[in-house]
Design a protein around this ligand. Structure first.
Ligand code: GRF
Length: 197
């Protein structure tokens, strides 16, 4: 059983989708918030999942060490970034190579990289006038939104779309389907690689 840590910074709807999904190969054992007072932490608490707040703003240079210490304490086997806005230090990405996955609300490489997060992604898509956008699940490397792509799903942009309406459609039709499915596949493959090794 792969022990999953979910990292979040906001509403936690992707976390909720993971919590609601069947995953015989993995279990969410920890939710880490980038700050306190976010709905994602309330969602975890109401499901009895342990939570921690690890703030890079507050911890500065101690951030990576605290994060690694906490992940080791919970024997984390897979890190899922679900609406997580802090850039993970290379130290953490290297310690969990191939075991950090992120959901991005656009069809990477479009509207990805530095500065593209949350509503800004959808504002940029609408400003560019694209007719199709969507979501991408990818492995995390040191390059923001640059890691190997695992899955993508397209979502139509409709006349009269506002950033909020488009965000909701991308979440409902793409993010909440792709992330649980790809996390389950990753957990299955990690389990099997344990046996193969
Ligand atoms: C949303 O913009 C979502 O598209 C992206 O992160 C933001 C918050 O998601 N993945 P969540 O509701 O906190 O999961």
């Amino acid at each position: 059983m792969i022990r999953i840590a979910v990292l979040a910074s906001g509403g936690g709807t992707n976390l909720q989708a993971l919590m609601d999904a069947e995953n015989p190969f993995g279990r969410i054992e920890l939710v880490i918030g980038s700050r306190s007072g976010i709905l994602a932490l309330d969602r975890a608490r109401s499901a009895g999942i342990p939570t921690r707040v690890i703030s890079s703003k507050k911890l500065g240079g101690e951030f990576a060490a605290r994060m690694l210490e906490t992940l080791a304490e919970f024997r984390t086997g897979l890190i899922v970034l679900a609406g997580y806005l802090t850039i993970l230090p290379a130290e953490i990405i290297n310690a969990y190579e191939g075991r950090v996955v992120n959901i991005h609300p656009a069809l990477l490489p479009a509207f990805g990289g530095k500065g593209y997060y949350g509503l800004k992604v959808h504002e940029a898509a609408l400003a560019r006038g694209v007719k199709v956008t969507g979501a991408t699940v990818h492995l995390v490397t040191e390059e923001p939104d640059g890691g190997p792509i695992l899955a993508q799903k397209a979502v139509a942009v409709l006349p009269g779309d506002t950033p909020e309406k488009l965000q909701a459609r991308v979440m409902e039709q793409a993010e909440w389907e792709l992330l649980p499915r790809e996390v389950r596949k990753l957990c299955r493959n990690l389990e099997w690689s344990k046996w193969r090794a």
